[in-house]
Design a protein around this ligand. Structure first.
Ligand code: HEC
Length: 311
C-alpha cells in the first residue's frame, strides 16, 4: 500500500516536471516556427506566377490572384479537361497591362516541363474587341483540379485558358498549363532570324505560311537551327532536318500521330488531328521544313540534288 502511495506521489512529481519541460520547449519553439517560411517548415512553397516586363518583374502568388476583384469563375471549351472544370481565373490582359516597348509584341509563356509558347500580344489584345479572351486559371491548393490525362500532376497551379477560342482561331499549343512565367519578348523571327524562310521565298509560297504554323504549333517544344526557347523535343534542323531522313509519308504520319510510326513508354509528343492542324497547314509545314533544309545546306534548287531535303 505504502509503496504504491509513494510511487504514485513520485510519478506525479516526475509527470509535473515533464509537463513544465514540455511547455517550455513549446514556448521556445513557437516564435521560431512563426518566422519560418512554408518551405523551411517542409510545406510546399505557395505557387508564384512571374510576369516579366523587360527590366522589371512582378510576382503573384495564387492567393493574390484569387483575391483580385476581377477574378471570375468560368468554364471553357477546348481545355485539357474538356470543360469539366469550373476555373477561378483572372483576365490576362488586365494582369499584363500595356506598358511595354512596341517591339515587345510577343508574350512568352514558360511552363514547368520546359514547354515555351510564343503568343502574339495582338492575339491577347483582340479579347478586348470581340476576339477570344485569355485568362489565367488559378488552382486553389485546397481544391486541386483533376490530374492531366495519363499524368499524375494537374494543369495547375496556373493555366492559360481562352474563352471562345474559335473566335480568334486559338491553336492547341497556345494553352500552356503548369505556367511559371509570362514575359514580354520580341517576336520569334526577330529573336531567332534562323527561323525565317529565305528572303527570296515567294510571298505566296506555302513555306511562308508553314513558318507561322511551325512557330505556333512546333516551336513550343522544338528548336530549329538552334532558334527557339524549348529543349523538350529535338531540334528539327540540327544536325539533320527530318525531311532529309524521313519519307514524306513518314513525316506526315509522325506529325498526325507519332505512335502510329513508333511507340515507347517515355514518348512525349502528342499528334495533331485535323481539327488542330488542317491538311493545308500540314502541307505548308512540310514545305517550310523542306525549304529550311535546302536553305541551311546552302543547296541549289536543283530537284535532282538528293542531299538537299528533296526526294
Ligand atoms: C508538346 C511538345 C511537342 C510539340 C508541340 C511538338 N513536338 Fe515533335 N516531338 C516532341 C518530342 C518530345 C519528341 C521526341 C520523341 C517523343 O518523346 O515523342 C518529338 C519528336 C518529333 C519528331 C521526330 C524526330 C526524330 O527524328 O525522332 C518530329 C519529326 C517532330 N517531333 C515534329 C514536330 C512538328 C512538325 C511539330 C509541330 C506540328 C511538333 N513536332 C510538335 C515534342 C513535341
Amino acid at each position: 500500500m505504502l509503496d504504491f502511495a509513494c510511487s504514485a506521489v513520485g510519478n506525479g512529481r516526475i509527470l509535473r516536471s515533464w509537463l513544465v519541460f514540455l511547455v517550455s520547449m513549446v514556448l521556445l519553439l513557437v516564435p521560431v516556427a512563426s518566422t519560418q517560411t512554408r518551405a523551411e517548415r517542409g510545406q510546399p512553397a505557395e505557387p508564384v506566377l512571374a510576369i516579366g516586363r523587360g527590366a522589371t518583374e512582378d510576382r503573384f502568388t495564387a492567393n493574390q490572384l484569387l483575391s483580385r476583384p476581377d477574378a471570375v469563375v468560368l468554364s471553357v471549351t477546348g481545355d485539357v479537361y474538356h470543360h469539366a472544370v469550373a476555373y477561378r481565373a483572372v483576365p490576362l490582359l488586365a494582369l499584363l497591362g500595356n506598358s511595354v516597348a512596341p517591339n515587345f509584341d510577343t508574350v512568352e509563356a514558360e511552363a514547368r516541363d520546359g514547354f515555351v509558347s510564343e503568343i502574339p500580344f495582338a492575339l491577347i489584345r483582340q479579347g478586348a474587341s470581340g476576339g477570344s479572351v485569355a485568362y489565367i486559371a488559378v488552382e486553389d491548393i485546397a481544391h486541386p483540379w483533376p490530374p492531366l490525362p495519363q499524368k499524375t500532376q494537374t494543369a495547375g497551379p496556373f493555366y492559360l485558358v481562352w474563352q471562345n477560342p474559335e473566335k480568334s482561331a486559338i491553336g492547341g499549343e497556345q494553352w500552356p498549363y503548369q505556367l511559371t512565367r509570362l514575359s514580354f519578348a520580341e517576336s520569334p523571327v526577330h529573336r531567332w532570324a534562323q527561323l525565317a524562310v529565305p528572303a527570296d521565298t515567294a510571298v505566296d509560297a506555302p513555306a511562308r505560311h508553314g513558318q507561322e504554323v511551325f512557330i505556333t504549333q512546333c516551336l513550343p517544344c522544338h528548336r530549329l537551327n538552334g532558334g527557339g526557347a524549348s529543349d523538350t523535343g529535338p531540334d528539327l534542323e540540327r544536325p539533320m532536318n527530318p525531311t532529309q531522313y524521313l519519307t514524306e509519308a513518314g513525316l506526315r504520319a509522325i506529325i498526325r500521330n507519332p505512335r502510329a510510326v513508333r511507340a515507347w513508354p517515355a514518348q512525349q509528343m502528342v499528334g495533331f488531328s485535323k481539327d488542330q492542324l488542317s491538311d493545308v497547314d500540314l502541307d505548308a509545314l512540310v514545305a517550310y521544313l523542306r525549304t529550311m533544309a535546302i536553305a541551311s545546306a546552302g543547296c541549289s534548287n536543283n530537284p535532282n540534288d538528293l542531299s538537299c531535303g528533296r526526294k
